[in-house]
Design a protein around this ligand. Structure first.
Ligand code: AOS
Ligand code: ZN
Ligand code: ZN
Length: 388
């Protein structure tokens, strides 16, 4: 059995992956949302489910919230509830994609009253961050156009910068803004923040506490995502990851499911660039579980990240450097592949057991009867779902 060195285990012990509250609500495609028994009916129940993931894995110490989906009257109570269950409230995600007023844009809109409304929504999110103790405001914009000529792309870029400056100015010294990019959808001709370069240009003009968020599902097929990871780490601007998998577009499937090798390559660059267990680089999931059970879906996800992190840490860096220096093409590639092909699962299981965690968290959760329990308890009310 492959053994993991004490140094590697220390690194793994420090790993924390933030869970998205929306992963616990019902979700689907534009064709149908399938409801699951036991789905949370409010943010308190979503946090309780997230805490279960942490209980079985010790890998998920915080939960990202989404405003307005997770709007509550008393954020202090929500925070206490989370802390009682052993987790923290994390990143606050804004939402400017479900309001009729934002049909043609929000932070980029040429109508000043609509742009003002969108800015004010972000200021409200910052107020909430003070109550939840959150550090990061994450902004993903569903803005763009469908037809050439429909909009003045240049003017929109200028207004976006102005809007972001107003939002950034409101942050405290210990708070940050992370700007996510996405190459298309919901707009198909142009998107206002389509790529890391645009996000970088926008946040670099704001200041040190504005960073880029890299969602692994937001690139064109064939994009070398690990190159972007390397570059953003090199520039000190990789603020956070939204991890998920894609086969076709923004699929939001379980991280490491579609292309485990890509996840490995990304984590190799994270390790190489000093991004692992670096407080400046938040690891988050951005996933939806349309047909599979949600809590086990999240457990599987954080385990996939842990497993690939262990493999990335197994790369023999000294040997790799030497092979690269010697222009030993196949030798260098072989060193990387050796780490990728190493099955770390038995060693991780043994290590978990030594820390009082279930060796197999998926099996332990399934045996716990928790899914059946919440299905029986959570009757009445309205289940949380995409958009609520
Ligand atoms: C949308 O495609 C993005 O990935 C976002 O991160 C979004 O904010 C998230 O899916 C929840 O709204
Ligand atoms: Zn995302
Ligand atoms: Zn997305």
């Amino acid at each position: 059995m492959t053994t993991l060195s004490p140094e590697i285990l220390t690194q793994l012990e420090g790993q924390g992956i933030e869970l998205p509250s929306w992963a616990f609500g019902n979700s689907g495609t534009r064709f149908r949302v399938f409801a699951t028994a036991g789905t949370p009916r409010d943010p308190f129940e979503k946090i309780a489910d997230a805490a279960e993931v942490n209980r079985y894995t010790a890998l998920a110490p915080s939960v990202a919230l989404h405003i307005p989906w997770d709007k509550v009257d008393d954020y202090a109570a929500l925070r206490r509830h989370a802390e009682d269950l052993g987790v923290q409230l994390g990143t606050i995600n804004s939402n400017t994609f479900q309001d009729e007023d934002y049909k043609f844009g929000a932070l980029t809109h040429h109508d000043e009253s609509i742009r003002r409304k969108a800015i004010d929504h972000h200021l409200e999110c910052i107020d909430i961050m003070h109550e939840t103790g959150s550090r990061d405001l994450k902004i993903w914009l569903a803005e763009g156009s469908n037809y050439p000529g429909q909009n003045d792309m240049r003017g929109r870029q200028d207004r976006l910068q102005d809007s972001l400056q107003q939002i950034y100015a409101r942050l405290d010294d210990d708070q940050r803004l992370v700007l996510e990019y996405k190459f298309f959808e919901p707009s198909f001709y142009h998107t206002d923040v389509p790529d890391w370069g645009t996000s970088y240009a926008q946040v670099a003009a704001l200041g040190d506490r504005a960073m880029v968020c890299l969602d692994t599902g937001h690139h064109a097929p064939g994009t070398n995502i690990e190159f972007i990871v390397m570059q953003l780490l090199r520039l000190g601007k990789l603020g956070s990851f939204d991890f998920n998998s894609r086969f076709y577009a923004d699929d939001d499937l379980i991280v490491g499911a579609a292309d485990p090798f890509q996840l490995f390559r990304i984590l190799v660059e994270v390790v190489r660039g000093g991004g692992l267990n670096n407080p400046d680089v938040a690891f988050m999931l951005d996933q939806c579980h349309n047909i599979e059970d949600k809590i086990p879906g999240q457990i599987r996800s954080v385990l996939n990240v842990q497993e690939m992190t262990a493999r990335a840490l197994l790369v023999d860096r000294a040997a790799l450097d030497a092979a690269q220096q010697a222009n030993d093409v196949l030798g260098a590639n072989g060193i990387l592949m050796d780490a990728f092909y190493t099955d770390v699962r038995p060693a991780l299981a043994e290590w978990r057991a030594s820390r009082g965690l279930p060796a197999d968290p998926m099996a332990a959760y399934a045996a716990s009867g928790h899914l059946q329990k919440i299905a029986a308890e959570r009757v009445g009310g309205t289940q949380a779902g995409w958009g609520a």
